[in-house]
Design a protein around this ligand. Sequence first.
Ligand SMILES: C[S@@+](CC[C@H](N)C(=O)[O-])C[C@H]1O[C@@H](n2cnc3c(N)ncnc32)[C@H](O)[C@@H]1O
Length: 272
Amino acid sequence: MTDDHLAEAGYLDVPSAAGGSASRGWWDANAEEYLDEHGTFLGPGDFCWCPEGVREGDAHLLGDLTGLRVLEVGSGAAQCARWLVGEGVEVVATDVSLGMLAAGARYDGGVGRTTPMVQADARALPFADSSFDVAFTAFGALPFVPDADRVHAEVARVLRPGGRWVFAVTHPIRWAFPDDPGEAGLTATRSYFDRTPYAEIGESGRVLYAEYHRTLGDHVAELVAAGFVLDRLVEPEWPTGHDRTWGGWGPVRGARLPGTAIFVTHRGRPPR
Ligand SMILES: C[S@@+](CC[C@H](N)C(=O)[O-])C[C@H]1O[C@@H](n2cnc3c(N)ncnc32)[C@H](O)[C@@H]1O
């Protein structure tokens, strides 16, 4: 995959199957570069929800986890799960990329913790029905699959009724703006309603990377269809004095536009 050089990038109608399966190879090939760039900010054993720097230790979006079993999907190097391990929480981290999980094993050694990690596509979780009380992801899996409804359905299946599902994604409004943290990122250049994915294609014609857009309404519709109830939608504001940029995130855009949406939901109970 690294020898398949980039030939084309942009908003492209790529076949869904190819787009959805591209991320494993892309994250394997780019795990080290990604963690070199963002690993220090994320912290090897810290729970950071988003580029705005919201930490679970302050925000408590998962609620009281005492005695609960927790699942992280699209965990990357499992920094969030590792923080939970340090808090004494029973947690399993899952990710489709072995490269990211290998980095996670290295982080475990560095901080002296053992984080249970399993390689799994979030669309086919290798766990029994109702086997977790809480599930979450911070920017994992959902943006990289054409069929996020399958992720929600799988999470609903492995959660007990009433169990909490919390996920952070790029705020949908960001899709309309260029991925630029400066002034150029403040002018909408695309339709918010255009769901054509952003994709990168190799010289071989293979899809190397794909990222999918969902409007706010799409996210809510997918949640409701999977049987979730939306409790809260968190739109973190850019903190004063936080100067670090991450892709299109940064203080200039953060002063005017939201960059992250965190959905706090729970699995509805079946009607009696
Ligand atoms: C931006 S990282 C988020 C992880 C971590 N919170 C972080 O900030 O580094 C995205 C992660 O989603 C994972 N991912 C992409 N598609 C996936 C899928 N279908 N199932 C599970 N994980 C997936 C990638 O391998 C990657 O580790």
